[in-house]
Design a protein around this ligand. Structure first.
Ligand SMILES: [Zn+2]
Length: 379
């Protein structure tokens, strides 16, 4: 493994150049044109390898894309995404810069460095006997907005796989993500009856007061010992202080760490009933992202990665994180999922996002070792 790592280190300048090619093609989640252009660039760059490339055309969102190496009946799935959180034009204020072992620019760690990783992986795998395996790299176009159109494909491909390796960045300390919270969003809207606060308040039905009552109920759905949290993040309602408001609404964020909490929370929201019978309540939303749970299979996969890390003097540790990824949807299939295997740095989703350049070689060597291990174990 050390020899593989050394070889990858020698290709540092090439890695930086490749990364720059990917970063300058901006691909904001809501910019279909930019995302599809990025798919074109990837198709061109990866055309040097003997891959089967399939595009999943989308109308509203960018197309998803899938690269396949080999034709085995068993599958190892690698997951990245095409989109970033940075609107088109961000590159002007956040240019691609290389300095002091770091690279900066929109989406460098989340998630374009992973493309460079896969580029090297496919190169290394050219000389490897894949046995019964095919290696699939799937890139969704809408991961940063919850994968509304990509999640179906993630679940399909994960379901066909022996192992799912998600190339999201590791934590800022290089930890692998063996568990992620699941979550969702609910909207609670109350319709009341408007009236003059001084002349005829008795004719009104106060939507804000009803909503406030509902929120105190909703807060009680949290369960600290199970890791379920509730956050009322946004409220709207009313127009003037001396008018009984006829409308109020709240947006609520929910996070869960246990699968059983998904159903409990969804049911709890459905049991909400108005206190003031002259108001009306409308609840919409769901816990759309299931939790990624550290199963025994996940632990096994992590220990394999740890062993490979040891061979190159990298001590891998793991962590449960709050944010979701396509790894959550992959985990729904019950297949072993290891997330956060990508190169890392810091300040993801912010103007200061950066990548430690050397982590490209290091993490590529680890994922390469992991794939080889899976292939020889699964023979
Ligand atoms: Zn990401």
């Amino acid at each position: 493994m050390q020899a593989v790592l050394e070889k990858l280190r020698e290709r540092k300048a090439e890695s930086i150049e490749l990364l720059q090619n990917f970063v300058v093609v901006e691909s904001f989640s809501h910019d279909k044109e930019g995302i599809d252009q990025l798919s074109n660039v990837l198709t061109e760059v990866f055309s040097k390898y003997n891959l089967t490339i399939e595009r999943y055309p989308q109308e509203q969102y960018g197309d998803h894309i899938r690269f396949q190496l080999g034709q085995g009946h068993k599958q190892i799935l690698l997951i990245s995404h095409l989109d970033t959180v940075y609107p088109k034009g961000t590159i002007k204020t956040m240019p691609f810069i290389v300095e002091e072992g770091k690279v900066m620019g929109p989406g460098v760690i989340d998630i374009k460095a992973s493309y460079v990783m896969v580029y090297h992986l496919f190169d290394l795998l050219q000389d490897v006997e894949l046995n019964d395996y095919q290696i699939v790299w799937l890139l969704t176009s809408d991961e940063e907005i919850g994968s509304p159109s990509g999640k179906v494909i993630v679940e399909q491909e994960a379901g066909k796989s022996d192992a799912v390796l998600v190339l999201e960045p590791a934590t800022d300390d290089g930890e692998i993500k063996t568990a992620r919270k699941g979550g969702g969003k609910f909207t609670v809207a109350v319709t009341g009856i408007s009236a003059h606060a001084g002349l005829n308040p008795q004719d009104g039905a106060n939507a804000i007061e009803e909503l406030a009552y509902q929120i105190t109920n909703i807060v009680s759905f949290a369960n600290e010992s199970k890791g379920t949290t509730i956050n009322t993040g946004e409220i709207k309602g009313g127009n003037l202080f001396n008018v009984v408001p006829d409308f109020a609404s709240a947006e609520i964020d929910v996070r869960v760490t246990e699968m059983s909490e998904v159903a409990r929370i969804e049911e709890a929201f459905q049991t909400l009933r108005v206190r003031n019978k002259r108001t009306k309540l409308k609840v919409t939303g769901s816990v759309y992202r299931p939790p990624l749970i550290r199963t025994d299979q996940t632990s096994h996969l992590f220990h394999l990665a740890q062993n490979i890390g040891n061979q190159i003097n990298v001590e891998l540790t793991d962590k449960m994180v709050g944010g979701g990824s396509d790894g959550n949807y992959a985990a729904k299939t019950g297949k072993p999922v290891l997330d956060g295997l990508g190169p890392y740095g810091g300040f993801a989703h912010s103007p200061n996002e950066y990548l430690w350049i050397d982590t490209i070689a290091e993490r590529t060597a680890i994922v390469y070792g992991l794939i080889r291990e899976l292939i020889s174990n699964g023979k």
